[in-house]
Design a protein around this ligand. Structure first.
Ligand SMILES: Cc1cc2nc3c(=O)[nH]c(=O)nc-3n(C[C@H](O)[C@H](O)[C@H](O)COP(=O)(O)OP(=O)(O)OC[C@H]3O[C@@H](n4cnc5c(N)ncnc54)[C@H](O)[C@@H]3O)c2cc1C
Length: 438
């Protein structure tokens, strides 16, 4: 892209991850002249590239569930969402379903079942015997609570069986998360959206009490009517640049995560017959991975250290956390091959105080945020793009979203949600799981 082309636009979007590209796409569809700016060389190269890309529809809150079910519909019809001519070169949504264990930690899923019922999300309840019919290698014992490997009680059973599980068929994962962001970037480009890579934003330009553009590390300035912070784990740094942090009741921070994968329990085709699994009894989540592997992440239990870092200066090496997670998983899958070299990623969540994102305006007119995705907003990227475009347009037309929070129509599931749910000024939402489950 020529320097000339980017000197003045309607919207600068800082970040070209899966959410940043979706925001650019929706604004471009509304006829805005947009540019996504990213310090990386291509779209989806930031925390999106490490995402497990799990698309699940169970959340603790009504709004969280509604948004996730709406998001599922876009992944189910990804080609249509992108207005792409065919499937060539598109990331694929693998709809394997998601099994969620009924555990003490999630109050046997009472709230989640109620939310799903309210919203017409399909599900089945399975007994321990039914779980074993689907996944014969499972030990259905209770192990709660999650423990560290040096705890003498690690691996000890807590007595009795797990309380069963809920299976959600409208769930799965995307096979190539980085490609999916590039697909959305391409869709935005087809609508006229521009992308500027290898460019770092170092300053938010302000005039007359408004954001009016950004300055780049090489000294270039790009003027814009609005600037949107979609900087992932760098969100707090970009908010600091804009001087808006004090106006946030909910804060964001870069939280280190480790995700690794090991071969399937022997004799089972996990890649084709496995599910996404959320197991709060042992505080891990998992999904099938290429090569007949099981990909394992953490539900971030209290006993694990939460390592907040400077996203520009952090130790990217594995600690023993990946091993802790694999051994926790092996309680449920006793034949899981655990003595393998580490394969996986370390990465950063942009974690919010209450693990619910912030999709909002700020106290600086013209400066907006889609941040705090807390390890659980990949699935919602298409919806986040749409609601941000709605919010930005309304605020730029004079709507006072703080005083009178906007409503937003979820077009696929025909529900209306109140965007005050995502406000930077909200009190901590005590309905949240206070974990990556949102
Ligand atoms: C290990 C892991 C597993 C996850 N698993 C899931 C999952 O299974 N399901 C789910 O729904 N969600 C999951 N998530 C969360 C999900 O991946 C994120 O919510 C999503 O990818 C965030 O997208 P984004 O566009 O906001 O941020 P990012 O992808 O991080 O993009 C932000 C971009 O901003 C750029 N940037 C930052 N600062 C600047 C600057 N100053 N100048 C220029 N560019 C800048 C960065 O280079 C980056 O590319 C997971 C996250 C992680 C880390």
């Amino acid at each position: 892209m020529s320097e000339q082309a980017t000197q003045s636009v309607d919207a600068v979007i800082i970040g070209a991850g899966v959410i940043g590209t979706a925001v650019g796409y929706e604004l471009a569809k509304k006829g805005w002249k947009t540019v996504n700016i990213d310090r990386n060389p291509v779209a989806g190269y930031g925390s999106t590239s490490a995402s497990c890309a799990i698309i699940r529809v169970h959340y603790s809150t009504y709004d969280g569930t509604a948004m996730a079910y709406e998001g599922f519909k876009y992944w189910e019809n990804f080609q249509e969402y992108l207005e792409a001519e065919n499937q060539d070169g598109l990331a694929k949504f693998i709809q394997c379903g998601c099994m969620v264990y009924k555990a003490d930690a999630n109050k046997k899923l009472e709230t989640i079942i109620a939310r799903a019922s309210d919203l017409g999300v399909p599900f089945e309840e399975w007994t321990p015997d039914q779980i074993k019919e689907h996944l014969p290698f499972v030990d259905t014992s209770r192990f709660t609570p999650a423990k560290r490997l040096d705890d003498p009680d690690f691996g000890q059973k807590a007595g009795g069986d797990i309380y069963g599980a809920v299976f959600f068929p409208t769930a799965g994962y995307v096979n190539d998360q980085q490609l999916s962001a590039q697909n959305i970037a391409a869709a935005a480009a087809r609508k006229g959206g521009q992308f500027l890579y290898n460019a770092s934003v170092t300053e938010i330009l302000q005039e007359g009490g408004r954001a009016v553009g950004v300055k780049l590390a090489d000294g270039r300035e790009i003027r814009a009517k609005v600037v949107v912070n979609v900087a992932g784990p760098h969100s707090a740094k970009v908010n600091d640049m804009a001087g808006v942090t004090d106006g946030f009741n909910i804060k964001t921070g870069a939280l280190k995560q480790e995700v690794s994968h090991v071969p399937s329990p022997p004799g089972f085709d996990y890649e084709n017959d496995g599910y996404v699994v959320a197991d709060s009894d042992i505080s891990v989540y998992s999904r099938p991975e290429t090569g007949n592997h099981v990909l394992v992440g953490s539900e971030v239990p209290e006993c694990d250290e939460r390592i907040f870092v400077d996203p520009d200066d952090w130790d990217e090496s594995f600690t023993d956390q990946w091993k802790v997670q694999i051994y926790r998983q092996a309680q449920r899958y006793p034949t899981l091959p655990v003595t393998v070299p580490v394969r996986g990623v370390t990465a950063l969540y942009d974690a919010c105080d209450d693990w619910i994102p912030i999709y909002d305006k700020t106290d600086l007119p013209g400066f907006y945020v889609a941040i705090g995705s807390s390890g659980n907003q990949y699935k919602n990227a298409p919806v986040a793009g749409k609601l941000m475009a709605h919010l930005i347009e309304a605020c730029e037309n004079g709507h006072d979203h703080d005083a009178n929070p906007l409503e937003f129509h979820l077009e696929n599931i025909d529900r209306v949600v109140n965007l005050g749910f995502y406000s930077r000024k909200r009190e901590i939402n005590t309905e949240s799981s206070m974990s990556v489950l949102g």
